[in-house]
Structures are given as structure tokens and as C-alpha cells.
Design a protein around this ligand. Sequence first.
Ligand code: AMP
Ligand code: ZN
Length: 398
Amino acid sequence: MSNEPSASGTVRVRLRNPDRTVEAPAPCTVGELLDGLDLLPHTVLVIHEAQLLTADRLLLPATEVEVRPVISGGADGAPRCAVCRAPAVHEEPRHRAAWCSTHLADHVHNQIRKAIDRPPDRPTGERMFHYGQRLLVAVSGGKDSLALWDALLAMGYDVDGLYVGLGIGGYSSRSQRVCEAFATARGLTLHVVDLAERYGYSTPSGSDATGRSTCGVCGLSKRYVFDQVAVEQDYDVLLTGHNLDDEAATLLGNVLRWNEGFLARQRPVLAARAVNQRRKCKPMFRLSERESAAYCVVRGIDYVVEECPLVDGNTGHELKAALDLLEAASPGLKAQFVFGFLERVADRFVDQDDAGVQRELRACASCAMPTTTDTCAFCRQREAILAVLPLATSGVRT
Ligand code: AMP
Ligand code: ZN
């Protein structure tokens, strides 16, 4: 172990396979350290100056420890489940662990439970939501939101679904069918809102009409419909399936551009601040895309594997690819990036205007949903689209 002094306020942790060193906030117990690093205590040994440490041992700033993996493959070298030692079906380098199907599902439930029970950026003791509250999960037909709906039901929560039809041809109709099949098979309530039917435009036509990017039109419209349906149908909390990879890519994009307003709002829990606003939570933020896809497979959940055909040019994909490269070299880096931001720095960003005043919410003059301007961004966008849409759709506009 190196004798170089650590920065004060941190423990220096040597990790293996691949060999690397990370800093973790101190003082903390060994158990808290492993929890922060997302490691299962029974899969590692924690060593300090050739002595083994138990979970209750306190680590002071500037201590150096080694975290050594102890679970190796079975006699045939194949990975075994970290819990029951049966042949594993899924390995997760970040946790230095592998699981059989049953224990992979347990692991996913545990991560969601931890996200709900202890959101990192909320006061201690505050949960994302409670049993007995009415929850609405926005389901796209993709793996993350359906995995979330399934997991919450398995944990005994009362959750309905919301699918928003964005009018993206066969992709949207296939996604809707998958969500409807999921709900019907389980006897669940799914609200379906079609953007064109209810608001007079679809993602492609709205983009054609205004020249705005399809992702821009889609994102603003979806978020608005989620909020509006949650309010109209009187749900307590709105949930989305954003996962760790989504959050890491968004965070990197916001940091690279120093989008302080976005950094202020990039949280797994956004409290309701106005009358027509509901609490919004992302209970999947601790799970990677691979984990949520593997969960769907082992739970027999049919989801839409194809990507939206309109994502071309969406920089989110490049950011994800860059982070994947870094994660491969240093498993756990994405989690450290996102969780470290939430635990240590997120508070420093405040949603404020150019004069440094925190933005106040008021009711949109047109639709009464909360906004910081007279008319909300959705109503302004919709007005701009509908002003030219009849021309665009009749083919007069080229
Ligand atoms: P995306 O913005 O496509 O990365 O999706 C993020 C989350 O938004 C998903 O996990 C869903 O919870 C939700 N979502 C995306 N598209 C839809 C949709 N068409 N209808 C309902 N929810 C959606
Ligand atoms: Zn409005």
C-alpha cells in the first residue's frame, strides 16, 4: 500500500480487477464505505495494514484500505451467484458480483428499495414516496419503465401506468401495444394519451412545423403530458424509468456545458413546488441499462428493444458511448460520478435567473400548469406549431 498522504476528509481505497484507487468521504464505517461503493460486503475483504476489518470499524480521514474481491468462479471457472452459489446468469463488474435469476431480481428490487428509502439528496429519513400513496409510472414500452412498474408491484406499491403516443409511426404503435399487453396481462390501469388527438400535433409534425429538433419537441411534450395527467387524475407522485446510464450521460452533458439550471433540477426526487405540480421521482437511478434489461429477461417482461428511429444527432448517445469506455476501464465510475454529484455537490446549484434570484413558479396564463414565464414553454411551443401546422400537413410548406 502506498505511503502517500491522502487528501483530508477521504479514505483512499484500492480496488482490484482492474487495479485502481478511489477516494471516498471519511470518516465512515467499513459498511458505509462498501455501501457507498455499491459493493456487497460478503463478496469482498477489507484490509488495512495487513489486518482484516469488519463492517462496524470506523475509518478516519487519510486511512488507506484495500478492497479485495473474494468470490471467484466455480470449479469450472464459471461465475456463481453471490448469494446462493448456483450458476450465475448475470455479472455486474461494478458490484464485483454475479447472480442467478432469482437473486438478480432481488438485487434489482434492493437497489430500487434503497433509492426509495434513502434518496441521496433529501434530508435523512425522507423517502421518495410511501405505501398508500397513488403512484403513476410513465411507461414508454422500453425496458426501464416496464422493469420499474413490475418491481414496484412486486414490492406491493399501488401503481398505475401512463403511455404517451408521440406519433412516431410503427415505433409508437408497437410501444403502445407492449404497454397495453403488460397492463392487460396483470389487470392494471394504463392511461393512454395520444399527442395528436389531444393537442393537435405529433412529434414529427411538430418538428417539421417549427424546425425544432424532434428530441426537443418530444421531450417538452412528454414532460408536460406526464405532469398534466398526474394532476388531472390526482396521483401523488409521478415516476419515470431514468436509469444510471441516463443520469450519468445527462450529468456529463450538463457539466460539460455548465448548464447550472439543469444541474439544479437533475435529481432523483423533485419536490412539488406549486399547486398544479406533483412530486417526480426516478427510482431506477441506481441501476444500469444492462441490469434493467437483464431484469426484464429473467422476469419474462416483453419490451420494445428497438430504439426510437428519430434519435439521430442526439448527443446523449455520444455521451453514453464515452462513459461506457470509461466504465469499462474503471467499473463503478458512472455510479461514483452520479452518486458523488448528488451526495456532495448538487445542493450548490440553484435554479435562478440571470440576476441570481431563484425562479418563482406561477400558473400559465393559458393552461394553468406551473411555469416561470407568463405562458408555459409547452403552450408557447404548441401555439407555434399550430400556427403553421395546417400548411405543413397539406404539403404547401416544403
Ligand atoms: P427517454 O426520455 O426516452 O429516455 O425516457 C425516459 C423515461 O420517460 C422512460 O423511462 C419513461 O419513464 C418515460 N417515457 C419515455 N417515453 C414515454 C412515452 N412515450 N410514454 C410514457 N412515458 C415515457
Ligand atoms: Zn401552459
